[in-house]
Design a protein around this ligand. Structure first.
Ligand code: NI
Length: 189
């Protein structure tokens, strides 16, 4: 089922989300919720989506990039469900990239992200996993993890970089595609 996406101004987007216990994660309710979260992400063409973006202050997000019309220049990454994640920065380096968010219609802005992180989380079946993620994909995971702490990308952006999607496409997208290619060639994703 496609769920309604919460928009900036909704207090749930500012909550520090609660951990999900293994028992609760195994429940039919939570498994159905994760299916709906994935379906909602795909329906909205998001690169990722976090539980508070559909009104639930739980520490769950999903990331998946495949043939994405919102972000045609993003490297593809397979569907990953993260429950109770922690993100550890593995380098002091940062890169700048334009972000957008399903909860903030028609706004993009430049955010500095760490290009090499370790994600530790439970998968949807409660099995712990650890994965290193690099480059643009690392930024996507950081964006989704921020949602679990009530942080939205404009909190981290230079407000002078704010742009509508149309202005972004007109003025910045060509340059960003080049800089994304450089990040991908340097960091691998
Ligand atoms: Ni977002």
């Amino acid at each position: 089922m496609v769920l309604e996406i919460t928009k900036i101004g909704n207090p749930v987007l500012r909550e520090v989300c609660a951990e999900v216990s293994p028992e609760r994660l195994a429940s039919a309710e939570l498994q159905g919720f994760i299916d709906d979260l994935i379906e909602t992400k795909r329906h909205a063409n998001g690169a990722g989506i976090a539980a508070p973006q559909v009104g639930k202050p739980w520490r769950i997000f999903v990331v998946e990039v495949k043939d994405n019309p919102r972000y045609p220049y993003k490297p593809e990454t397979d569907l990953t469900v993260c429950v109770n994640p922690t993100v550890t920065f593995l380098t002091d380096e940062r890169y700048l990239n334009f972000e957008g968010c399903l909860s903030i219609p028609d706004l993009r802005g430049k955010v500095a992200r760490c290009p090499h992180v370790r994600i530790e989380a439970l998968d949807r079946h409660g099995v712990p996993f650890s994965r290193e993620v690099r480059g643009i994909t690392a930024g996507t995971f950081q964006h989704e993890d921020d949602h679990l702490n009530g942080i939205l990308f404009p909190d981290r952006a230079d407000s002078r970089s704010f742009s509508t999607w149309a202005e972004f496409a007109l003025r910045y997208e060509a340059d960003i595609v080049e800089s994304v290619k450089e990040i991908v060639s340097e960091w691998g994703e």
